[in-house]
Design a protein around this ligand. Structure first.
Ligand code: CU
Length: 152
């Protein structure tokens, strides 16, 4: 709603000398433009749970990741690692013109109660839902259990 108000204000201002200040899309009110890269799941050993990693790239205004689901798991949630412990996170901020990283030792997706044990090379679909943007579907490739893109 806030965005619509801004656009209307900008439309009214067009053509006047005062016009364009405040209508800049750098103000953080511009629409988010999200994409997903580098998604993977280290091959889980048990059907109880699996972790997942990806990066959400944003070339627009700020947004929030508010929920995650996947046919692989009964429930998929967002986790953050704090020290040696994992905490559930309800929503993750996606900064304007920035990235939200899910990576080893930090934020990660947690797949709970797997439907089956995926094999290396399998693709797992994940649906990401956001506060503002339309949902995105990402395919996460199942990698060896020890895989870490930072080491390769
Ligand atoms: Cu976790």
């Amino acid at each position: 709603m806030r965005r619509r108000t801004t656009d209307l204000a900008c439309a009214i201002a067009v053509g006047t000398a005062l016009a364009l200040t405040g209508c800049s899309s750098d103000a953080g009110d511009s629409a988010p433009r999200l994409s997903v890269r580098d998604g993977f799941i280290p091959k889980p050993a048990l059907k109880d749970m699996a972790g997942g990693f990806l990066t959400i790239v944003n070339k627009g205004g700020a947004d929030k990741l508010v929920s995650i689901s996947s046919p692989l798991a009964e429930e998929t949630i967002g986790h953050r690692t704090v020290g040696q412990k994992m905490q559930q996170v309800k929503s993750f901020d996606i900064p304007a013109n920035g990235e939200l990283d899910f990576e080893r030792g930090g934020n990660h997706l947690m797949f709970m109660k797997l439907d089956h044990l995926p094999k290396v090379g399998d693709k797992v679909e994940v649906e990401l839902r956001f506060e503002k943007s339309d949902p995105l579907t990402a395919e996460l490739e199942v990698k060896e259990a020890t895989y870490n893109p930072k080491n390769s």
